[in-house]
Design a protein around this ligand. Structure first.
Ligand SMILES: Cc1cc2nc3c(=O)[nH]c(=O)nc-3n(C[C@H](O)[C@H](O)[C@H](O)COP(=O)(O)OP(=O)(O)OC[C@H]3O[C@@H](n4cnc5c(N)ncnc54)[C@H](O)[C@@H]3O)c2cc1C
Length: 446
């Protein structure tokens, strides 16, 4: 098996396949070819923060991914625990010791070899996993775009904040598509609308202009286009710009107060098939996370909003996975090629490693001729894979972190803020049982 990219996903995929008895070659371009973010030639380098985020496997979806990876003997998680630093409830690590540990384990593994080279084409045969990450080299990016079509490969993300539906105040917001467009009742009510008066709009613009912003990383020159300008940049162009853009009020009538004409309207659009997540339309932003929650909670109806993820714009190569990949993470047009990691449209060290774990096991099973049962959708791995390969809206697909909004509801549990603790525990209990069952299907009898 060939794995391109020895980052978080490629390293985990290599380990899973090698442990299943498959000889693996990792093709890693560093240190010969560099990226603007990596600093070393080690495998699994952490390019920025040294944290794998929350380690709470009962109440947090990232912590649940940690748990699932550990149960599957995941190398990234094992090394993270080995090199753990005190960080409260988070799993933070000594970054150099962590990457050195992953590198050594893989280089010492009898089934693994590492080839220091850049791959610039998609091969016609052999089993390949491409895990080249957000900073995929430009030659390979061009080859992927030739195969997928340029529209299906993005080089920047433009992430609008995503809100849990059950945290939106529907006594203030209402459901309606602009001009009631749509063939069905569902389409005519496809958007959630949050109304603003003139003073609320003015205060919102002031807050946007004053908010702390993140600078682009070195080498990451402002590559956004007019179609996806950060909202604060739109506001800088003129106080009325947003009211004529993503916040325009025309064609909308507040069903709670039909006689009142809103001065501006913020719209949210459904972000997953389950209807548990909504994104704030056109609200991609470079505001710092703390500033985002403060500013977005000024929007009427979102005062208590809980965010599944906040907005951002980054240099980030990723596929339109819902249209390009099958449920086994294979490229539909070239099934000898799988993708894994951040390039599939997940985001973060943990999610990327998890997609590497899944792809490594899937590819190994295919080579061994042992069919692998589908990863259960109610596990954290399964919820993510289901989202990127089908559950997400393909037209507006943007990278996703793991979160409980991706999980199917558990019947009979209370919605809303009060029931949250019990609900999350029910999700994680169900996931653990399903994951344990799935792993058991792959145990080779002694
Ligand atoms: C500037 C920046 C900051 C980030 N900060 C964070 C953070 O703080 N926390 C977090 O969780 N996530 C962060 N991320 C996201 C993070 O990069 C990913 O979560 C994670 O590293 C992705 O894992 P991956 O295996 O998909 O990609 P990577 O870990 O990037 O691994 C991809 C590997 O592929 C190699 N490669 C690329 N092209 C080729 C080629 N053609 N041939 C051979 N090898 C190739 C690269 O050298 C690299 O080693 C950040 C990303 C960037 C760009």
């Amino acid at each position: 098996m060939h794995i391109v990219g020895g980052g978080m996903a490629g390293s985990e995929a290599a380990w899973q396949a090698a442990e299943a008895g498959i000889p693996v070659v990792i093709h890693e371009m560093r240190p010969k070819v560099e990226t603007f973010a990596h600093r070393t030639g080690d495998l699994a380098e952490m390019v920025c923060s040294n944290s794998f985020r929350s380690d709470d496997h009962e109440q947090n979806a990232v912590g649940l991914l940690h748990w699932e990876m550990l149960q599957a003997g995941g190398l990234v998680m094992r090394q993270a625990y080995t090199h753990r630093l005190p960080a409260g409830g988070a799993l933070a690590v000594d970054r150099d010791a962590f990457s050195a540990g992953v590198t050594q384990v893989l280089r010492d593994h009898p089934n693994v070899s590492v080839s220091d080279e850049e791959i610039t084409e998609l091969p016609e045969d052999g089993q390949w996993i491409f895990a080249t990450g957000p900073l995929t080299s430009s030659a390979l990016g061009a080859a992927i775009a030739r195969e997928t079509g340029a529209d299906a490969l993005a080089f920047f993300d433009a992430i609008a904040p995503i809100v849990y539906f059950d945290s939106i105040d529907m006594d203030v917001a209402w459901l309606q598509s602009r001009y009631d467009k749509g063939e069905t009742e569902e389409e005519r009510k496809a958007y959630i609308n949050c109304p603003m008066t003139k003073p609320q709009y003015e205060a919102f613009i002031d807050a946007l202009l004053a908010a702390d912003k993140t600078a682009f990383h070195e080498g990451e020159t402002a590559g956004y286009f007019d179609g996806c300008l950060p909202i604060e940049v739109m506001a800088e162009r003129g106080r009325e710009t947003l009211r004529h853009g993503p916040m325009k009020p025309i064609g909308l009538t507040n069903s709670h107060k039909p006689e009142e004409k809103a001065y501006a309207v913020v719209q949210l659009r459904r972000d997953n098939a389950l209807g548990t997540l909504y994104n704030i339309v056109g609200f991609q932003t470079k505001m710092k996370y703390g500033a985002q929650t403060e500013v977005f909670r000024m929007i009427p109806g979102l005062e208590e909003a809980k965010f599944a993820r906040l907005g951002g714009i980054h240099r980030n190569t990723f596929l339109n996975s819902p249209t390009l990949l099958d449920a086994q993470m294979r490229l539909r047009s070239k099934p000898n090629i799988r993708f894994a990691g951040q390039i599939t449209g997940v985001e973060g060290y943990v999610e990327s490693s998890a997609m590497g774990l899944a792809a490594g096991r899937m590819a190994a099973a295919e080579i061994l001729g042992r069919p692998l049962p589908e990863i259960p959708q109610d596990t954290a791995h399964g919820a993510l894979i289901h989202h990127i390969t089908g559950g997400a809206e393909a037209k507006t697909f943007q990278p996703m972190n793991v979160n409980f909004g991706l999980f199917r509801p558990v019947d009979g549990l209370k919605g809303g803020r009060r029931g949250r603790k019990d609900r999350y525990k029910a999700y994680t209990d169900r996931a653990k049982a399903e994951w344990t069952g799935w792993l058991a299907t792959q145990e080779v009898p002694a």
